[in-house]
Write a protein that binds this ligand. Structure first.
Ligand code: GLU
Length: 307
């Protein structure tokens, strides 16, 4: 940045940067004057074989979806390469969305029979408990506390908590450097809870979404954003001149598909579906066409935990 500029002009530049980021996140395009970063290319995405799932019986959730004629799936809409909604078309894309589509096909529902609904981190358990969604796919960590309220198929991916800072920040290298710093995360998330309990000297700020945190990072309102590396790498990849992911991973976040707690038939059917799509190559293809674009290479999918 030009050091000769006035504070007002600098603030203006930051507001502009935030506006550009918002635009980039919304449209999947890059900053003005730079080539747009690659977004998921529809042609690279696998298409999933829709199966006859009539032998799956005894799931109240699935029965309701069958009589409704479509699935309602909870997701995120502001997490690049994972779950992102195109405001112009209303379409959702990303790795989590592909997971939702591949398992939906195994339940007998083609992609055009899936209605996605954005649900924030703090509202996932309630949405599943109230029947607002049939299942939820959105960077949702499986843990024992949540298992008291909902069920989980999977895991289908493993992430870890990390930190996103401004590109020119040289003071934060890991969670040990957060004392006195303003750190932003999504309310109700495991990264938020971990900062609260393990790093109480950080000044923790909670918003509904990570994109709100990222806007505040770019405009200097906070010093760091913390959540899973998979999410942070997506934001950094959209504006690599402004942001960077730093430090080691300091947690293990196995991602599951959230289901209503007592619908064991649905949970086990989703475990079967995940396993089948991992074995037939769909999982890897979906990863490479989505999350792979933020710089991650496809790992081996984790062992599914049927319980
Ligand atoms: N995986 C973490 C969680 O489930 C953070 C990401 C999120 O908030 O979705 O809380």
């Amino acid at each position: 940045m030009n050091r000769e500029t006035t504070p007002g002009a600098r603030a203006g530049t930051r507001v502009l940067a935030a506006a550009l980021l918002l635009a980039a996140l919304a449209t999947g395009c890059g900053k003005a004057g730079t080539p747009p970063p690659k977004g998921p290319q529809p042609s690279a995405l696998p298409s999933y074989q829709v199966q006859d799932a009539s032998s799956i019986t005894g799931s109240p959730t699935l029965d309701a979806a069958r009589s409704r004629g479509h699935l309602v799936v909870g997701a995120k809409e502001d997490q690049p390469y994972l779950g992102q909604k195109n405001p112009a078309t209303g379409e959702y894309s990303g790795f989590d969305i592909e997971i939702a589509k591949m398992v939906g096909a195994s339940l007998g529902f083609p992609p055009n029979k899936i209605q996605f609904k954005t649900i924030a981190s703090a509202n996932r358990e309630t949405a599943l408990q109230n029947g607002q969604v049939d299942y939820y796919v959105g960077t949702y960590t499986i843990n024992d506390n949540r298992k008291k309220l909902v069920g989980f198929a999977g895991p289908y991916f493993v992430a870890g908590q990390s930190l996103l800072v401004r590109k020119n920040d040289n003071s934060i290298h890991g969670p040990q450097d957060l004392n006195g710093k303003k750190v932003c995360s999504a309310a109700g998330s495991t990264p938020y809870q971990r900062i609260q309990s393990k790093y109480p000297k950080a000044k923790l700020i909670g918003y509904d979404t990570y994109s709100a945190c990222v806007d505040n990072l770019i405009t200097n309102q906070v010093d760091a954003v913390t959540t899973d590396n998979a999410i942070l790498l997506g934001y950094a990849a959209k504006v690599p001149d402004e942001l960077k992911v730093v430090g080691p991973l300091f947690s293990t976040e196995p991602y599951g598909i959230g289901v209503p707690k007592n619908d064991t038939v649905l949970r086990l059917a989703l475990d079967d579906a995940l396993q089948q799509h991992e074995q037939n190559g769909d999982w890897k293809k979906a990863f490479e066409a989505t999350l792979g674009l933020s710089g991650e290479t496809a790992p081996n999918p984790p062992q599914i935990d049927r319980y």
